[in-house]
Design a protein around this ligand. Structure first.
Ligand code: SF4
Ligand code: SF4
Length: 392
């Protein structure tokens, strides 16, 4: 979206959201006591607004999560102070839950929300206008564009990067964190990424610097790895010390030698007391069409941007990028566009400008790379997972 009323773009939505929150007892119930629910629950705990969990599974209703009871829908409906419900289940099962809630007389957008709408729209506004805190959902630092795999259609274009490509210097990494946290009060997940971030030589120093200064501003501090490298001892120590979540992407459906690596890695992480999350085997990726799509019509590019809603931002020195893919693909594949598509944190008027940029506003209203990307329509172009550009 193009800035039309800079500094006030969300004033009227904020009033409605705050009123709706008040009408629902200023509490949030997470429907789905699984991984997504747990991670959003951690954020709600920070704001002291977690009411509890709801789940249709009777086994889960016997358990507690984050010290809160897991209720059935019937138990939730009997409550005097019913909070907002956030459906934290993806895909068809999530749609079924939304139908279940609608059949019970609850309304989407008033009584309940899908978790993606909640974490990227409703909650950031509530956080900023009611709690006076700038909240962002996911922000990444891409330490290196080098990788141990060469996935065709890598969404960051890392297959085009040579082993001699220059990583961010340690000073640039420190600057990135300092600029970001100068403005942001709470980030749901702050991610060290690549390429393969374990190729970064001073990863332990990075974790220590960011963990020491800013861990209390992050709900989750994570590393996303393709699982091909066993971390060094000093990296493991820092991960344990600063509660870094080690996320392992799972490409075992395509690369047959990976499961053995994953096993070794999981054992090392367990023995070192590092929390980790092993992804389920990925079944398909989508083709964003970076090398084939070429749009020139500004209205069409704006439409693609507005419907995209990617949650992944990137901080790189003083530059805050709305879309980590746009920045990395433009650089790694040599597109000569989007060089100004960032918010310069060296000279912004105030925190509200950061907030609105993070919510999708800018002077232009789109990113140049959206002219070379399918955005939300990429789901209609499935491709195999992690197919390698060269035989490994
Ligand atoms: S593992 Fe594949 S998808 Fe991930 S950064 Fe490396 S090349 Fe890209
Ligand atoms: S449409 Fe634009 S913002 Fe969305 S993923 Fe593509 S380049 Fe990024």
């Amino acid at each position: 979206m193009k800035w039309e009323n800079k500094g006030h773009e969300f004033d009227s939505d904020a009033e409605k959201i705050i009123q709706g929150f008040k009408d629902h007892g200023e509490k949030v119930y997470l429907f789905g006591a699984g991984k997504i629910g747990y991670e959003i629950g951690l954020a709600m705990e920070r704001y002291h607004v977690l009411g509890g969990f709801i789940d249709n599974n009777p086994e889960k209703q016997k358990e507690k999560l984050l010290d809160e009871h897991v209720l059935s829908v019937e138990q939730y409906l009997k409550k005097q102070n019913r909070g907002w419900i956030v459906v934290t289940v993806a895909g068809n099962r999530g749609n079924e839950i939304e139908d279940q809630l609608t059949d019970l007389g609850l309304s989407k957008g008033i009584d309940f929300f899908h978790y993606e709408d909640f974490t990227t729209y409703i909650f950031p506004i509530l956080s900023f206008y009611k709690f006076g805190m700038l909240y962002t959902d996911i922000t990444q630092i891409s330490l290196t564009e080098r990788c141990t795999l060469k996935c065709r259609n890598c969404a960051h274009g890392c297959y085009a990067v040579g082993a001699d490509s220059k990583d961010l210097s340690i000073e640039e990494v420190y600057d990135s964190a300092d600029y970001f946290f100068k403005y942001v009060d709470c980030v749901r997940e702050f991610v060290l990424i690549g390429g393969e971030p374990l190729l970064y030589r001073k990863l332990d120093d990075v974790i220590q610097y960011i963990g020491e200064k800013y861990r209390d501003k992050m709900v989750l501090f994570s590393i996303t790895s393709n699982g091909t490298i066993i971390p060094e001892k000093k990296v493991l120590e820092m991960c344990r010390k600063y509660h870094v979540l080690f996320r392992i992407s799972n490409y075992s459906s395509t690369i047959k030698w990976l499961p053995e690596k994953y096993e070794q890695l999981q054992k090392v992480l367990e023995d070192s007391g590092v929390q980790y999350s092993m992804g389920s085997p990925e079944r398909q990726w989508m083709d964003y069409g970076f090398e084939t799509v070429c749009r020139e019509d500004q209205e069409e590019i704006t439409r693609v941007f507005d419907s995209c809603k990617t949650p992944c931002r990137e901080i790189r020195g003083n530059k805050y990028y709305y879309c980590v893919m746009a920045r990395s693909v433009a650089e790694n594949l040599g597109f000569n566009v989007g060089k100004e598509d960032y918010l310069n944190l060296k000279n912004i008027e105030n925190k509200k400008v950061f907030f609105e940029f993070n919510m999708g506003y800018s002077e232009k209203g789109y990113l140049d790379m959206c002219g070379h990307c399918r955005g939300s329509e990429a789901v209609e172009y499935p491709i195999p997972v992690a197919e390698q550009a060269k035989a490994l």
